[in-house]
Design a protein around this ligand. Structure first.
Ligand code: UDX
Length: 446
């Protein structure tokens, strides 16, 4: 099939390259010609393991190309996939202006029947809006498909080539069958629904996963007070098949380009039909507050006085294996530390440049490696569970810090890892590891 993908962000680029990998002819379109140039030269504008190799392979095979010329790309397509961004408006609603723009441009380029699928995460009713918009510009026949995307950054290629399920929202059986055929090599689990249900399904899935995270984070906060260990609680809970192990890792809350945006959007979608989604509001609030748990711990340690302290920060990305810092907990934590007069030394294996571009220098001291960031610091906060942090030599780390204080926002270290060290160690929801902290702190301070 000839497939044209509009938008070369995470979703568009990964999907386009993977459709080419399945043997289809794919053209990826972007308005940003500098991005098109990078892609044509074999580069990838995002960090995503495995994507560059797959792009090079399929470009060389003549199945994959990149262009800024939407009209021509749509003209030769059987299937057009819209994968442009839907960023948050200030009120939390999804901004659909890129979708509308793409719809009009597709309509103007129509030259016969096509399937037009929306892969961007869009509020219920958007596919109808797109269809109406296209109809107002052209009399060519087309079918609308809602094709929600569930890929995760950092494992996007794997998730796309081996999805848990494919969801196809359609109001035409023929178009649904064509889309099912296209995705059949990926999975047997193809769920065909009406268009509105498919649109809702994406938001519901993300909201549910975000709920699991906020739930376990609140359990962690209670664990700290009652003396239980959240990692053992989550492990035991997870063996219940109805609960499952996934997304029960307590930490400093979720970030990234999807959960924060989509939870806010779903609250708005509900609000627009006079329904208050109370549970999801609480999920968002808990997530916001959870970021501050690192700060609260630091304030306890330093008697509320962070000014003049040197704090090392390990990890800026919202999760490992990505350079994405959008809505990363590190942003607010660092801003708070800087506002409080602390001297921040930060390091991330690949997200530092993105952080600086998006959030400015902030007076942060950027370090070339993890140990350099830790050297001379009064405390170290681990905010992203990068493999290189997990593997660090704790003995060496301890000797470099001015005070051996480690706040592990992702629970990466185990009790036995710390056994031979003198670390004063705080984690999330594991009070046993923090036993005797008060005595250790007063010994250290006095
Ligand atoms: C998410 C969804 O998983 C994906 O299906 C959707 O298409 C886009 O949004 P992504 O944002 O790439 O993907 O990352 P994910 O791996 O889901 O993690 C999201 C956030 O939740 C990260 O900040 C992560 O650190 C946090 N998280 C995840 C936890 O705090 N605890 C967990 O147990 C799992």
């Amino acid at each position: 099939m000839n497939i044209t993908v509009i938008g070369t962000g995470y979703v568009g680029l990964v999907s386009g390259i993977c459709y080419a990998e399945l043997g289809h002819h794919v053209v990826c379109v972007d308005k940003d010609l500098s991005k098109v140039e990078i892609l044509r030269n074999g580069g990838i504008p995002i960090y995503e393991p495995g994507l560059q190799e797959l792009s090079a392979k399929n470009t060389a095979a003549g199945r994959l190309s990149f262009t800024g010329d939407l009209r021509q790309a749509v003209g030769q397509a059987d299937i057009v996939i819209i994968a442009v961004g839907t960023p948050s408006l200030p009120n939390g609603e999804a901004n659909l202006s890129y979708i509308d723009q793409a719809a009009v441009e597709i309509a103007q380029a129509m030259n016969g029947y096509k399937i037009i699928a929306v892969k961007s995460t869009v509020p219920v009713g958007t596919n109808e809006r797109v269809a109406n918009l296209i109809r107002s510009w052209t009399s060519e026949r087309f079918d609308s498909i809602s094709l929600p995307e569930f890929l995760r950054e950092g494992s996007a290629v794997q998730d796309t080539l081996h999805p848990d399920r494919i969801v196809i929202g359609a109001d035409s059986q023929e178009a649904a069958d064509t889309m099912a055929e296209l995705h059949k090599p990926l999975t047997d689990q193809i769920v065909v629904t009406d268009i509105r249900s498919a649109e809702m399904l994406k938001y519901a899935s993300n909201a549910f996963l975000a709920t699991k995270i906020s739930f376990i984070n609140e359990i962690a906060n209670i664990c700290e007070k009652v003396g239980a260990d959240v990692t053992r609680v989550a492990e035991g809970m997870g063996y219940d098949k109805r609960i499952g192990h996934a997304f029960l890792k307590a930490g400093i809350g979720y970030g990234g380009s999807c959960f924060p945006k989509d939870t806010r959007a779903l609250i708005q979608i509900a609000g627009n039909v006079d329904y208050e989604f109370k549970l999801l509001r609480a999920v968002v609030e808990v997530n916001q507050d959870q970021r501050m748990s690192v700060i609260r711990k630091l304030e306890t340690i330093f008697d509320g006085e962070l000014s003049g302290k040197t704090i090392a920060v390990w990890g800026l990305a919202f999760k490992p294996n990505t350079d994405d810092v959008r809505e990363s907990p590190a942003v607010e934590i660092i801003q708070y530390l800087v506002r409080s007069g602390a001297r921040v030394k930060a390091y991330d294996p690949i997200a530092m440049q993105n952080f600086k571009t998006m959030h400015g220098d902030n007076g942060v001291m950027w370090c070339d490696d993890a140990l350099e960031a830790a050297t001379g610091a009064d405390a170290l906060c681990l905010l992203t569970e990068w493999e290189e942090f997990v593997r660090v030599d704790l003995g060496q780390l301890q000797s470099l810090l001015r005070k051996p204080i480690l706040i592990d926002g992702r629970n990466v270290f185990k009790e036995e890892d710390l056994a031979d060290t003198a670390f004063i160690y705080f984690s999330i929801g594991r009070p046993r590891l923090n036993q005797g902290i008060k005595e250790e702190m007063s010994a250290l301070n006095g």
